[in-house]
Design a protein. Structure first.
Length: 229
């Protein structure tokens, strides 16, 4: 999904479209109450899923490896680092000529706050089987959360928007751009001491197919013509 009207609409697995609308058009495209609820439920679940994976301590997704690496060198909470990195990434949107939507700004703030809340209320288990449950649950809930907030169509997250902006500006494939970004982020995070492990591999293998299955179920069909009047 992209926040610019120049990019073509993306189709989900079952044919529903992620509409290419600018931030104002996104708000005018109908079903706004439902989409707002879906957006914030998704962001809340996303932050919770990140907290579960962190407490599982078996490895994190590439961006969270970076966040955890930064926390080793700064006296800041994980969520605070995630929020700060989100706004740094948003600076990259400027040369890409993209505008953040409501969902973009909400993503940058809410996920980090909920992650810190989860870390403050859910203890890290000692038993390996329970840590595996935390990791597996975190991956599944993360995919569900991503499908919810992306399907609400109120603007991509900062990191997703940077990826789609680079695809549009460079003409390179989504696969190449996303892989390049995540390998770079993972490498930097690992060098900083971020948590890399089995969970990192499991996330990389599972997240794509899970989102591919779930996204069509939660993509809200928008009134594109009304939004552009």
């Amino acid at each position: 999904m992209t926040a610019t009207s120049e990019a073509p609409a993306a189709k989900t697995a079952r044919g529903r479209q992620l509409s290419a609308l600018n931030p104002i058009e996104q708000l005018k495209a109908g079903h706004l109450p439902r989409r707002l609820v879906q957006l914030y439920v998704g962001l809340f679940l996303y932050g919770g899923s990140m907290g579960l994976m962190i407490q599982g301590n078996l490895g994190l997704d590439p961006w969270d490896v970076l966040h955890s690496g930064i926390t080793k060198h700064l006296n800041l909470s994980f969520g605070t680092v995630a929020i700060a990195v989100s706004f740094v990434v948003l600076l990259a949107w400027i040369p890409l000529r993209q505008w953040p939507g409501l969902g973009t700004i909400s993503n940058a703030i809410v996920i980090g706050l909920v992650t810190d809340l989860t870390l403050a209320t859910v203890d890290r288990p000692d038993q390996l089987w329970l840590r595996i449950v935390f990791m597996a649950s975190g991956i599944v809930v993360n995919a569900l959360a991503g499908a919810l907030y992306i399907g609400a169509q109120l603007g991509p997250g900062p990191r997703d928007g940077m990826m789609t902006g680079l695809v549009r500006r460079t003409g390179r494939s989504v696969r190449l751009v996303r892989t390049s970004i995540e390998v770079t982020v993972l490498a930097v995070g690992w060098l900083l001491g971020g948590v890399v492990g089995f969970g990192t591999v499991a996330y990389a293998i599972a997240i794509g197919p899970l989102v591919h299955f779930l996204l069509p179920l939660f993509t809200v069909r928008l009134d594109v013509e009304a939004a552009r009047k």
